[in-house]
Write a protein that binds this ligand. Structure first.
Ligand code: GUN
Ligand code: FE
Length: 420
């Protein structure tokens, strides 16, 4: 039987990056979790269906966080004077080790999931830790909460402290166990997750690529984030043409859907490979600032036709709220264009697109309210004192800049209300 949901309110989303679609006081019809249409007047066939009337509130797509580390959630806002490799050694690995403790994992992951949902992230592409048991807890917590996610057990078998690296065999066995257990889930699914090239042996990369192909699973990792990291990769993999090629030669670079975080310093050949292979780049502006990685040439990549989304990169990034990443992406693009005036800064609709439909590409048809898209949505209650004075585009911008979880009054994932 058809399940029909009808909402009324001010509907805003981006079909294309440059333009906000705005429907004032319209009806949005959802059938079996998918958007069926947007109407100024409700068509007669729906006349007897109940309508959730949100009055003058905004209805927008849920945020898609394309890159974050659930096991780093307790570490937000710490070690922020370090650069990447030092920060991993001094803070991150110690914390991630603790996720072998299932009770600790459950406590942290529940808070993590609650905070994600509270702030309007309804789809996320997540690194857990190396612990198979801990990662299992994360799958189960996210399933209970009703959010959509890809979850990866982190794989690393070299170049990290002994207490955190695994043998190649254990790493693969744990990964395959989780794949078998969760691969048929509807909303929370496994993703192949080598941490990054430097902590991966060739054998590990080879076997992970094999698993991605065998089970048709997506892949996530880090790429070209920090100059020391890039030099290190060059030393470790002298046979590779460049950083991207390390992943590419092991079937971890677009042979199945792939998300690479950062990609700040890609050379010409790497940009072409990203494009040719349809790899999605996760831009993580807060993280790039905090651990002083650099500024991604975002406009250049957009001009090249690359697919991009936004990530909070908790805990390189310090805030889980993705509207903050939207703002930071705009701000950082302005800084970049001071030294590169040939590249225009990002507009707010463009950044909003990245945080919704851009990253949504990984999850199929999500992040927009076009017909057939999954109805993942937030209802925004903005300041009632001022709402009447401004146009809807200004109200959305204002929410993105100064709003927070207190302004989000309802959340839907594939037409189901969650987070209440
Ligand atoms: N590169 C390898 N591991 C990490 C991590 O945990 N965070 C970030 N930002 N970069 C990484
Ligand atoms: Fe990261």
């Amino acid at each position: 039987m058809e399940k029909i949901l009808i909402l009324k309110g001010n509907i805003l989303f981006t079909k294309i990056p440059e333009r906000l679609e705005v429907y004032q006081h319209h009806y949005l019809v959802v059938i079996n979790g998918k958007v069926a249409g947007i109407y100024p007047v409700l068509p007669p066939k729906y006349e007897n269906c109940p309508v959730e009337d949100y009055g003058d509130r905004l209805i927008i797509p849920g945020f898609v966080d394309l890159h974050l580390h659930a096991a780093q959630f307790p570490q937000c806002g710490m070690g922020m004077t370090k650069q990447l490799l030092q920060w991993l050694n001094d803070y991150t690995f110690d914390l991630e080790k603790q996720f072998q403790d299932e009770n600790f994992a459950r406590e942290v992951y529940q808070r993590f999931a609650d905070q994600l949902i509270a702030h309007g992230t309804l789809r996320a592409c997540i690194f857990a830790s190396t612990s198979t048991k801990g990662t299992e807890v994360l799958f189960d917590v996210l399933k209970e909460k009703g959010i959509g996610a890809y979850v990866g057990k982190v794989n690393m078998d070299r170049n990290a402290p002994d207490f955190i690296i695994e043998t190649t065999e254990d790493s693969i066995a744990g990964t395959e166990y989780l794949i078998e257990k969760y691969r048929h889930e509807r909303l929370v699914k496994p993703i192949i997750t080598p941490r990054f090239a430097p902590t991966s042996s060739r054998e590990l990369l080879e076997q992970l690529g094999g698993l991605a192909l065998k089970y048709h699973l997506p892949v996530q990792s880090h790429l070209s984030e920090n100059r020391d990291e890039i030099n290190w990769v060059r030393q470790l993999f002298p046979e590779a043409r460049n950083y991207a090629d390390v992943y590419h030669r092991y079937a971890l670079f677009g042979q199945t859907p792939t998300v690479m975080a950062h990609g700040i310093y890609l050379d010409r050949e790497e940009i072409d490979l990203v494009k040719r292979n349809g790899v999605i780049l996760a831009h993580c502006p807060d993280s790039n600032l905090n651990v002083q990685s650099g500024i991604m040439p975002l406009r250049k990549y957009l001009n090249e036709g690359l697919t991009l989304g936004l990530g909070s990169d908790i805990a390189g990034g310090h805030k889980i709220a993705l509207n903050e990443a939207v703002v930071r992406a705009v701000q950082l693009s302005k800084l970049f264009s001071l030294d590169h005036p040939e590249y225009q800064p990002l507009s707010v609709p463009e950044a909003f697109y990245l945080a919704t439909k851009g990253g949504g590409a990984l999850f199929g048809r999500t992040g927009s309210f076009e017909e057939g898209y999954a109805f993942d949505a937030l209802v925004i209650e903005d300041d009632s004192l001022t709402a009447g004075r401004y146009c809807l585009a200004d109200r959305l911008e204002r929410f993105l800049y100064i709003g927070d979880d207190r302004n989000i009054c309802a959340r839907f994932v594939e037409g189901e209300k969650i987070g209440d």
